[in-house]
Design a protein around this ligand. Structure first.
Ligand SMILES: C[S@@+](CC[C@H](N)C(=O)[O-])C[C@H]1O[C@@H](n2cnc3c(N)ncnc32)[C@H](O)[C@@H]1O
Length: 273
């Protein structure tokens, strides 16, 4: 199906307004490719008819479907592995030491833009490994959010084809997954029940969390946003993070070394001032 410049602008304005995602002109073919099937299935003859429908659908369901189609959910276990080493060797010991000194036993971690759940499950396994037999004495559950309801429904199931787990250390695979008859792997219940998966749009003006997080992972998400959107989001993250808490972003992203809210620690890792 053909799309005019005006129709493409309507889509990119809508997706920018509702999801913060910046669709450049170069994404035109991708957008047509991803949305054409919906138009056919729903018997729309043009993008204008489809957009009129999306914009007036008060349930927001058709917008949600459109967002599901236009987000890029690529992810895999053990992605950017250096971050996990740093999390286990430096971040967790530092936070846990401080909490013990204050006689606290809760750990608050948010995986924002979790996609299919690979990153959130990896973090949860590492937290369990770190605490070992002491784990039950901690409140160390993890919040994992995404705007895509499709990605989240996969995440909740925790079922993955073997190739997604290629890079995961074998001992984690053995301990925290069960193999299904078709050769896929499912995350064990003990890990799945520790993660709360929720739909959450990072464009919300105000984040509703009652208590700030010790660590936020938001990796390979801001790459889809423009600079003003990234700057606003980083301020909201800072507001929702404890002093000296950590923000992990993707290695191809940056928040600027002079940001007043965070100081640079190492590539793609920042600490709240
Ligand atoms: C490429 S994935 C990153 C997954 C994982 N963090 C990683 O690094 O492998 C980007 C995710 O950001 C989500 N996303 C995009 N815009 C969002 C928004 N406004 N609010 C919440 N999530 C969003 C997408 O749905 C997608 O699942």
């Amino acid at each position: 199906m053909d799309i005019s410049d005006k129709q493409f602008k309507r889509i990119s304005d809508l997706i920018y307004d509702r999801a913060g995602i910046h669709l450049t002109d170069g994404k035109k073919n991708l957008v047509v490719g991803r949305l054409s099937k919906i138009l056919q299935q729903m018997n729309f003859n043009s993008f204008d008819d489809y957009l009129d429908y999306v914009e007036t659908d008060r349930s927001n369901q058709s917008l949600s479907i459109m967002i599901n189609k236009l987000t890029t959910n690529h992810t895999y276990f053990w992605r950017e592995k250096g971050h996990f080493d740093y999390f286990v060797d430096t971040v967790l010991p530092e936070i846990v030491k401080k909490k013990r000194e204050r006689h606290e036993n809760d750990l608050r971690i948010w995986c924002a833009g979790c996609s299919f759940g690979d990153e959130a499950y990896t973090l949860m396994m590492l937290i369990m490994e770190f605490f070992a037999t002491e784990y039950p004495q901690w409140t160390a559950g993890l919040l994992a959010t995404d705007i895509s309801t499709d990605a989240l429904s996969h995440a909740v199931q925790g079922l993955y084809p073997a190739e997604r787990l290629r890079d995961l250390p074998q001992h984690l695979l053995r301990r925290y997954f069960k193999k299904t008859p078709d050769g896929s792997y499912q995350v064990s219940d003990q890990v799945r029940r520790e993660i709360i998966f929720r739909r959450f749009n990072l464009m919300r003006d105000v984040f509703p969390f009652k208590k700030p997080f010790d660590v936020i992972f938001c990796r390979n998400v801001m790459i889809y946003f423009d600079k003003p959107t990234r700057d606003t989001l980083v301020r909201k993250f800072a507001h929702s993070t404890v002093k000296n808490g950590y923000l992990f972003i993707g290695h191809s992203e940056s928040i600027g070394r002079n940001d007043e809210t965070y100081r640079y620690v190492k590539p793609a890792v920042y600490q709240k001032n």
